[in-house]
Design a protein around this ligand. Structure first.
Ligand code: NAP
Length: 246
């Protein structure tokens, strides 16, 4: 997979899957832009990536803020002159059963996972249309496809991400832009650390591969979909879940 010199924006890059994606793409000699609300962590990660020979840039942005996202995209074009790939990875959970979920919990998750993805894709698509090429990759989830106890808000966003992915693939294909989603199973990151061990153990046993996923498993899928080897793949949802839902 050749990703050398590709300019790749990764949102939610400070930890978990986003951090693994930033590392993977840096090892593949891509120029990585790390976007997150946690400035301290992205600064530390940028330092690490650049000490490995990378050409990384960190920008503190809340993806729910349209103007901040547009400013970030301008900065990237100013520094690197193009955008090859965006990985819309930033996402949050705020779990509660349907009857207990507050309006704030519902709105917060919709705002980051759905509107944040839309804000970033919209700003980047304008640059990619003008270039005549680009790849947009979105974070869905096994929970978006099959639902999950206590995750009304999260499931809605991750199913919504699939709808946006397919719509954008149809709209942007003729402009040279591919759009795909990845649907991870249960991956060991700070997000799943909040889940009861009992549930994680159940998920592990349910998967034929018989383990939980690692952030690197998801980074590998993004790397493939970002590469030219995936040039005939668009509008798809790649499940990376150890066979959890077979
Ligand atoms: P994570 O460890 O919680 O990392 C998410 C990152 O996104 C954090 O650094 C977080 O910052 C950042 N973030 C949150 N709100 C943001 C905002 N408004 N603007 C910019 N950055 C923001 O999550 P993860 O487990 O790596 O998950 C990454 C993505 O994969 C998410 O979209 C998630 O839904 C999806 N996914 C994960 C799993 C899994 O099992 N882990 C499974 C399926 C799908 P703070 O920590 O400071 O809030």
């Amino acid at each position: 997979m050749n990703l050398k010199d590709k300019v790749v924006i990764v949102t939610g890059a400070a930890r978990g899957i986003g951090e693994a994606v930033a590392l993977k793409f840096t090892k593949k000699e891509a120029k990585v832009v790390l976007v997150d609300i946690d400035k301290e962590s992205i600064d530390a990660l940028v330092k690490k990536l650049n000490s490995m020979g990378g050409d990384a840039l960190g920008i503190k942005v809340d993806v729910t803020k349209k103007e901040a996202v547009e400013g970030m995209v301008e900065k990237v074009v100013e520094k690197f002159g193009k955008i090859d790939v965006i990985i819309n990875n930033a996402g949050i959970t705020s779990d509660a059963k349907l009857v207990k979920m507050t309006e704030d919990q519902f709105d917060k998750v919709i705002d980051v996972n759905l509107k944040g993805t839309y804000n970033c894709a919209q700003a980047v698509a304008q640059v990619m249309e003008a270039q005549g090429y680009g790849v947009i990759l979105n974070a869905s989830s096994v929970v978006g496809i099959y639902g999950n106890f206590g995750q009304t808000n999260y499931a809605a966003t991750k199913w919504g991400v699939i709808g946006m992915t397919k719509s954008w693939a149809k709209e942007l294909g003729k402009k040279g832009i591919r759009v795909n989603a990845v649907a991870p199973g249960f991956i060991l990151t700070p997000m799943t650390e909040k889940m009861p061990e009992k549930v994680l153990d159940m998920m592990k046993k349910k998967a034929p591969i018989n383990r939980l996923g690692l952030p690197e498993d998801i980074a590998n899928a993004y790397a493939f979909l970002a590469s030219d080897e995936a040039s005939f793949i668009t509008g798809t949802v790649l499940s990376v879940d150890g066979g959890l839902v077979l």
